[in-house]
Write a protein that binds this ligand. Structure first.
Ligand SMILES: [Zn+2]
Length: 402
């Protein structure tokens, strides 16, 4: 029998879960999210918000340290130590937000408004509130609960370097819940993504179309040839469906060239994305793309074609029966009474860094965040409560009750 000071009174150990879930406070979650949102933290300038979050976690009794590899974007590392003999569950989020202005943060009608509320300071508040419930509830876990918050996430300024620094230093759990995304389904697969920029250029000057000799190639038409091959390859790729996330793809977003109706330009640019299967390495993807470029290059020696492909994130794939997958789905079911189906991650984010570079299983699960990157940006307090409860039960199940 445990004594709960939160109004449950003396409860049998079997009811400790319900007791802990009752400790999750919507008011605290709202206030904490507001506090974090009020401290602006655009990518690359997150020191103030990180310090604030570190203070909050320290006040809960966690052991807190900072990774200062990037002094303007330090990472917060907080640990709720278990008694030993169990695995470590990591809850991880990014503290930076996109760098776009927003109205004054405020709360109304069960929603918290402000830049970063949905992406993802509400999630950071939920991580802290989950730790608080575990601490205040007096439960002892076998394994540790590790909370991490890092910057340098949001493109184009961030490339995941804050998280990579943590992993390189060995700050990593045995399994990870990345606390954004995955509110409707639990992604066990995600495609990798690279951004390509192709420049097609020729020597010489911009010329009147009537003055240019037939040997002068028009880079725009060469670009057209290249895009045709890209489309053909995309059609081939469309024949192989990956579960939950659809086929691999090339996507052309920007095609520019020329400056006047009768001038032959000297260059043309094609920009887009390449999304690839989790089993493919980035260098394989680069090689394939380079082969396509070389086909056009050989046919058009009068221009120079340069391909730059930048990796944003590799893909990830988890086993359906991976322990953290089972744990989060079971926790979700116990909290909501509904099943959390398996699914795929359409967007690229941090779980793939954990899986590919940290070699640990990582899932996405956070509050519903359909207003991420939106104006106004907001998150529902009820979603924060739900996510917090899922984290509490996941910690108990994954780390083990002492
Ligand atoms: Zn995010």
């Amino acid at each position: 029998v445990l004594t709960c000071s939160n109004g449950c009174g003396a409860v049998p150990i079997t009811d400790i879960r319900a007791c802990l879930l009752n400790r999750v406070s919507p008011h605290r979650l709202q206030d904490l999210t507001l506090d974090l949102v009020r401290m602006p933290s655009p990518t690359g300038r997150t020191r103030g918000a990180a310090m604030k979050y570190a203070d909050i976690l320290r006040s809960l009794g966690l052991t807190v340290s900072l990774d200062q590899t990037y002094p303007d974007a330090p990472s917060v590392i907080a640990r709720l130590a278990g008694i030993g003999g169990g695995p470590t569950l990591q809850l991880d989020g990014h503290i930076d937000t996109i760098d776009l202005a927003h109205d004054q943060p405020h709360a109304a009608d069960g929603l918290v408004y402000g830049r970063g509320a949905a992406d993802m300071k509400g999630s950071l508040a939920a991580m802290a509130e989950a730790a608080r419930a575990l601490v205040d509830g007096g439960v002892k876990l076998k394994g540790d609960v590790l909370l991490t918050a890092h910057g340098l996430h949001e493109a184009p300024t961030g490339h995941g370097e804050g998280l990579r620094a943590l992993i390189q230093k060995g700050v990593c759990g045995d399994a990870v819940i990345v606390t954004e995304g995955g509110s409707d389904s639990l992604p066990i697969i995600g495609k990798g993504m690279g951004i390509f920029e192709i420049t097609i250029s020729r020597q010489g000057d911009v010329l009147h179309e009537l003055m240019a000799s037939p040997s002068v190639l028009n880079p725009i038409l060469v670009g057209h040839d290249l895009v045709s091959l890209i489309r053909a390859r995309t059609a081939e790729l469309a024949g192989v469906e990956l579960p939950y996330v659809g086929p691999e793809s090339y996507f052309v977003a920007i095609f520019t060239g020329g400056d006047f109706y009768n001038r032959v330009p000297t260059s043309c640019h094609v920009i887009g994305t390449r999304r690839y299967a989790p089993e493919r390495t980035f260098s394989e993807v680069q090689d394939e793309f380079q082969e396509i470029v070389q086909v056009v290059q050989r046919a058009s020696p009068g221009v120079e074609i340069a391909l730059q492909l930048t990796r944003i994130r590799d893909g990830l794939r988890l086993k359906e029966d991976e322990l953290i997958v089972t744990v989060v789905r079971r926790a979700y079911e116990q909290v909501t009474g509904q099943a959390l189906p398996l699914g795929g991650a359409k967007f690229v984010a941090d779980a793939s860094i954990f899986v590919q570079e940290g070699r640990v299983p990582a899932v996405y699960h956070g509050p519903r965040a359909e207003r991420a990157h939106a104006t106004p940006e907001y998150v529902a307090v009820a979603e924060l409560v739900r996510a917090t409860r899922v984290y509490v039960l996941s910690a108990i199940m994954y780390c083990g009750l002492a």
